[in-house]
Design a protein around this ligand. Sequence first.
Ligand code: NI
Length: 183
Amino acid sequence: MILPIYLYGQPVLRKEAEEVPADYAELKQLVDDMFETLTVAEGCGLAAPQVGKSLRLFVVDGTELKEEYPECANFKQAFVNPEILEESEEKIAYSEGCLSLPGISENVVRPKRVLVHYYDIDGNEHEEWLEGFNSRIFQHEYDHIEGNVFTDRISPIRRQFVKGKLVNIAKGKTTPKYRYKRN
Ligand code: NI
C-alpha cells in the first residue's frame, strides 16, 4: 500500500522516535509499504516518521543511483533500531534532498564514513562500515528518527535562504507529485 508522506510542518517529523519493539507484528507489512511508497515517490530513503510512525526504522534504495555511485548498486534494505557507533573524522559535502521537503536541495557536510549497528527485518544483528553515498543516505535517514531534517545542518546563511521554502511547504503552497499528508 502506498502511504502518504508527511511533509515539513508535521509534528511527527520533529519527535525522537521510539525503538521498534522486538514483537512488533506489523513490521514486515510496514517495511513493504515503505518500500512501495519510496519507489513510487522516486526517493532513495524513507524513514518511519515520514509516514507518520514514530519508530526507529528506515528503508533505503540506492539502486537507481548506481551509475553515479557504484557503492549503491546493492544498497536496498531496511534498518531496524539503527545506531551510529563511530564516525570518520573526514567529512564530505553532498547535495541532499528529502521527500518531506519537496523542492529543496542543499549541500550538507557530514562524516564520510560511519560504523553502524542495526537489525534487519528478520531480527538478525549487523555491524558494518558504510562508505560513500551509502553512508550519506544512512545518515540522512538516521536524522529523521532523531527528529531532525537536513536543513538543520546547513549554514545559517543557507538556512535563511530556504526558510521561505519551508514555510511554503508547511502552508501548502508547495505540492509534491506523490501522495502526501499536510495538516
Ligand atoms: Ni529525508
